[in-house]
Design a protein around this ligand. Sequence first.
Ligand code: PAP
Length: 334
Amino acid sequence: MQASQPPTPTHTWYLREEDMPQAFKDLISSLPSEKDWVATPLRLYQGFWFASWLLNGVLACQNHFQAHPSDILLVTSPKCGTTWLKAILFALLNRAKYSNSGSQRRHPLLTQNSHDLVPFLEIKLYLEQENPDLAALASPRLLATHMPHSSLPQSVRDSNCKLVYLCRNAKDTFVSLWHFTNKLKPEEKGQMQIQECLDRFCQGLSSYGPYWDHVMGYHKASLEKPKKVLFMMYEEMKEDPHAHVRRLADFLGCPFSEEELRDGTAEGILRMCSFDNLSALEVNKCGKLSNGEDNKWFFRKGEVGDWVNYMSAEMGERLDSVMEEKLHGSGLKL
Ligand code: PAP
C-alpha cells in the first residue's frame, strides 16, 4: 500500500465482536464505557480501559491460556517498543538455529515482521479462536501481550514462566500512539487533534490505560519477583543496547558464551534488529499483518525525545506532572 492511500478499514477485530459468546457480550455491555480516540468504545475492565472489540480476546485468554514454566512472555503497553523487543527476543532465543556459522538458513526476521513471529495472546491467538491449539508452538514458547499485570491469566501468575516488561517515556509513547491511531482512523474522519488526545491520555483513557497503572503493576511485580519479571526501559535499551541484550539473555537463562561474546553474536542480533535494518526490509516496507495493519506503521522514527516535534512545552509539562503525581513513591521516572 502506498502512503498516500487510506488504510483498509477491514480489520478482522471489528468483525469478531459479532462472533463473541453471549456471556462475553453480556459482560462487556455491562462495563463502563467511554469513547476512545477513534470514537470506538473503550470499556473499563478490572481497572483498565480496553477497546471493546479486544475484550473478546482478553476474556478468552483469561479463561483458556495455560502457561508453561518455560514460556517467555513479552509485555508492553502499546507503542513502547514491542516490535523491536519481539525481534530481539526472537533472534536471541533462536540464535543457534540461525547462526552465521550454521546452516546459513535465511533468518525469519528478514522476511517476516516480528508480530508474525511472536504472536500476541489477546490480539491475535485468542481473538481469532476462543481456545486455540498452541501445541505446535516451539518450546520455549515466545508470546506477547499488552495485558496489565492484574489481568494476566491466573496460570501466568501461578507458573514459573518469565515476563519481560518494556516501558517508555510517556511523552514519546503518547506521540507514537497518536501517530499510529491516526493511521488506523478512516481518512474521511480527518486527523485527531493532539490536544484532545492528550486530555484523554492524561485521564488514563487509552487502550490498556491508564498508562501509569500499567507500568506500576509490572514494576511492583518485578520488585517482588525479580527472577520472574524483568523490567526494562526503551530509553535505556537505546542508550546501551549491548548491555541490555546481555541482561535479557542472562534473565532468560541463555547467557552469551565466551565464544559468542568474542565472535560478536550480540552485536549481530542488535544490528539485525536495528530500526534502520528492519524498517528497510521489503516485508516491513510493503507487508501487512493479518488484521490489515501495514507493517510500516510499526516503524516511524524509533527515536528518543521525538515528542518535542509534536507537543508544546506546556503539553509536555502537563504530561510530566501527571506522570510524576501518579508514579510518586515508586522511584520511577517516565
Ligand atoms: P505496538 O505496541 O503497537 O506493537 P510498538 O512496536 O511498541 O507498537 O511501537 C512502535 C514504536 O517502536 C515506534 O516508535 P515511534 O512512533 O516513536 O517511532 C517505532 O518507530 C518504534 N520501533 C519499531 N522498531 C524499532 C526498532 N527496531 N528500534 C527502535 N524503535 C523501534
